[in-house]
Design a protein around this ligand. Structure first.
Ligand code: NAD
Length: 371
């Protein structure tokens, strides 16, 4: 029987676990001997006893080196990779565009490394798409974080003491996180406007009951994978001008504008922040990849000179670790199950999903972008 090892996350900010007890049980039924690093699920609310009850064995971190399959949420260290078994399979969020040395470490160790970020955005791969499952939660968390940080309530209220106007939210970037942010902001009673450079998004924004902000940027478009194309400096300038007034009137601005594998564009300048209302709140969800907002800092909350709060959480979904782990674990299980046939997990490099997410195999880096 092959062994699957569930790592404990070492980044102190991380609260999620890659496999929940429910998924551990399902993986057992699929034929794996599941070992879970001691305490791996504690921050997400899953005890070692729950994993044991699900049929998994509680193990020490060193046992990862003997496993056939190792799964985690965040990337391991190069030292840990060197201890993995030759021929084994590793799956986590490897951040390959920024971690070329780590991808080389996998190749040097003879380990097949699969990067969750590289799962294609296809219908068949949706069930294992961690970027989507986690961004969706992050969009939800961003709205609640803003709503509990601002000094006003979100919904309109008509009371004997007067009428309270609803909060005005402006969501910039309407991918998975942005759509959930719009839906959540609407649910708490806010008035919502949104903008994206991909024109196809307008209908989706309207169907959620929000207003699409129209800014003419000329030719924009999207890649075959559905990601936004980078704007020219002139287009970015046009976008900033078009957004400045909406930002100035907003109580909350949430930016989610990312460019896959590249630095995020700065679309809200310090001058635009200076034009915003005091006590308004900005959540920069692109802060980890460079930031959409001038002055935002990873994992810090900054107050601008005119009193705008700029929140830079890099992993908002970590604030709902039980749900985030439930979704991440389901993605892990679906990935393994998808590639299991006749009771065996098979690395089929002809398969478009496997080909896209495997970044190192048989001693070589398999994607030239990461060499
Ligand atoms: P993302 O996180 O890469 O980017 C977030 C959003 O920011 C995108 O909508 C993008 O267009 C937008 N953006 C980029 N530059 C901008 C700018 N200057 N101003 C305003 N907005 C800007 O995107 P994502 O959430 O990963 O989704 C990307 C696309 O993939 C979407 O079309 C989504 O529906 C699609 N998708 C498909 C699948 C699937 O079919 N399996 C799964 C997930 C996402």
């Amino acid at each position: 029987m092959k062994t699957l090892f569930v790592s404990a996350e070492t980044d102190p900010r991380e609260t999620r676990v890659a496999v929940t007890p429910t998924d551990a049980k399902k993986l057992g039924k699929l034929g794996w001997a599941v070992k879970v690093c001691r305490g791996a699920g504690v921050k997400a609310g899953f005890s070692d006893a729950q994993y044991s009850e699900a049929g998994a064995e509680i193990a020490d971190s060193g046992e990862a080196g003997a496993a056939d399959f190792v799964v985690g949420v965040r990337k391991p260290s190069a030292d840990d990779v060197a201890k993995l078994k030759k021929g084994s399979f590793h799956l986590s969020l490897l951040d390959p565009f920024n971690e070329k040395a780590l991808i080389k470490a996998f190749a040097d160790a003879g380990v097949t490394a699969a990067s969750f970020e590289m799962i294609p955005r296809s219908t068949i791969a949706q069930k294992m798409d961690v970027l989507s499952s986690q961004s969706n939660l992050a969009g939800y968390c961003a709205v609640l974080k803003a709503a509990t940080s601002i000094n006003k309530i979100a919904p309109m209220m008509m009371t004997p003491a007067g009428t309270i106007s609803p909060l005005k939210f402006f969501i910039v970037g309407v991918g998975v996180a942005g759509l959930q942010a719009i839906a959540t902001a609407k649910r708490i009673g806010a008035r919502v406007e949104a903008f994206d450079t991909r024109p196809v998004v307008e209908e989706q924004v309207k169907s959620l009951g929000a207003k699409f902000v129209k800014i003419d940027l000329g030719e924009t478009g999207q890649t075959a994978q559905g990601y936004a194309k980078a704007l020219t400096p002139e287009q970015i300038e046009l976008q900033r001008k078009g957004m400045a007034k909406v930002c100035a009137q907003a109580d909350v601005v949430i930016t989610t504008a990312k460019l896959f594998g590249r630095k995020a564009p700065v679309i809200i300048t310090a001058e635009m922040v200076a034009g915003m209302k005091p006590s308004s709140v900005v959540v920069d969800m692109a802060v980890e990849s460079g930031g959409n907002v001038e002055g935002s800092k990873p994992d810090e909350t900054v107050i601008s000179p005119n009193g705008v709060m700029i929140i830079g959480n890099t992993c908002l979904e970590a604030s709902v670790p039980a749900t985030a782990s439930q979704m991440y674990g389901a993605n892990v299980y679906n990935f393994i199950e998808h590639f299991t046939s006749d009771g065996e997990f098979r690395v089929n490099m002809e398969d478009p999903i496997m080909k896209s997410c495997v970044v190192a195999r048989d001693g070589k880096i398999t994607d030239e972008r990461f060499m």
